[in-house]
Ligand binder design. Sequence first.
Ligand SMILES: [Zn+2]
Length: 448
Amino acid sequence: MRLILKYILLSIILFSCSKDEDSSIDTDFSSTDDSNPPVTYDVSISSTEGGSVNTQSGTFNAGTVLTITATPNDGYEFIGWTGSNEISMEITITVNSNVQLTANFQLIPISTSSVTNNPEEFNYDINKDYGGKIVEFYPNAFYTSDLSQKVIEGVNLALKTGADEWGKYGPVEYWVFGTDKNAALELIDQFCSRRSTLGQWDFNECIARETNETLDHSMIAYQKIGAEVVATNQPRGSAGHNGGFEWGIHKLSSSYPFSFDNLFSDIPPQDDFKTVLHEYFHVVQLAHVYNLSRNERDSRVIPNGAIWMQEGGAEYMANFTLFKLINNGTLNFEQSYGTLLEKMQNKMYNAKRSLDNDCSGKKLQDFKYGDDCSNVGYDLGSWAVAYLINKINNPNILIETFYPSLTEMDFESAFNLSFGYSTADFYSEFEIFLELSIEDQLKIIPTP
Ligand SMILES: [Zn+2]
């Protein structure tokens, strides 16, 4: 045993000696003396996909000291070296043998199992163009600091439910505002940092736009709505899909989803749950026309500005899916939210009331965004979609056929393909349907 140890020590000493000798040869070496070349070694330095190294491969004199730095690309992380046990991204080596070093990188693992809530984190590969289509991860949702855990859990679950029911589209960013202005400004700051980090928007321009209370759909406008609800004790809310196509995302914003906090006793949490589903359905709709120009996109989803399919589709699918999941026990709420029949009956009454008064003479295809009667487009649109779904007896027709077809064809062609007749024929048929008694009308509404 002792002998072996002695031998090892001896060989180490010998090895160091020979090394010293090598370097003395090195120092004494004269460049004109070709007969006595320096000791050199081959150093090969490389990296896997997803990053780079600062030093090139080459042949180096023995004793050369190299500092090698590994740098991951955006969306990747450094996970170690092949050829060295060092774990840091920057290592220093002294060349005294042939060296083969590879810096290893991997995609930052993305969270695919749940909604993530940190604006400084990305649960997707930021270098990839997803085209707003089917993705492998859930939406992101971001909240102001004044919002309760109940709000956060409620919105998260609703987003996850939409993605599970209708497919994961994305990347989705769902920005939720409470009532506190400073908290809203803080979240807007994070939104603008996110845009500027990704090179999508100048930070200051972003702040100027999103904190301008006079602009429609600016982020601060959503905070203002929530603040007014609390100040006036009048329930009101707003949420919307606000684009994001140019950044490769779906950007949505929401005012205070107060029903998750049970702010009003007669408005249970299902109300905001339904709103989130409605908004997520807009993601599904727009995902299929995501890569088209703005005009082309609009002409396919809201032909001639008619909103009944876009809003009626989102509203009916949100309600239908919510009641389906309550009825089959997937979702549990403490308070009752009534039935799909009741909701649809109210929508018909509201629509009829408007049609009998301020909005008289208007037809299903006449309702547009921004006019005083646009609410009727939502209510009658829900009935129009319910009617069409009942007619062909397929509750998934919008998801399976109609919206996927819009990628390739116009509204009219996708309508023909999905429902087997023209919109003109449908509009006349629907006029007759509107004359029926509410009892007869409700016969087309299923108990999901
Ligand atoms: Zn909508």
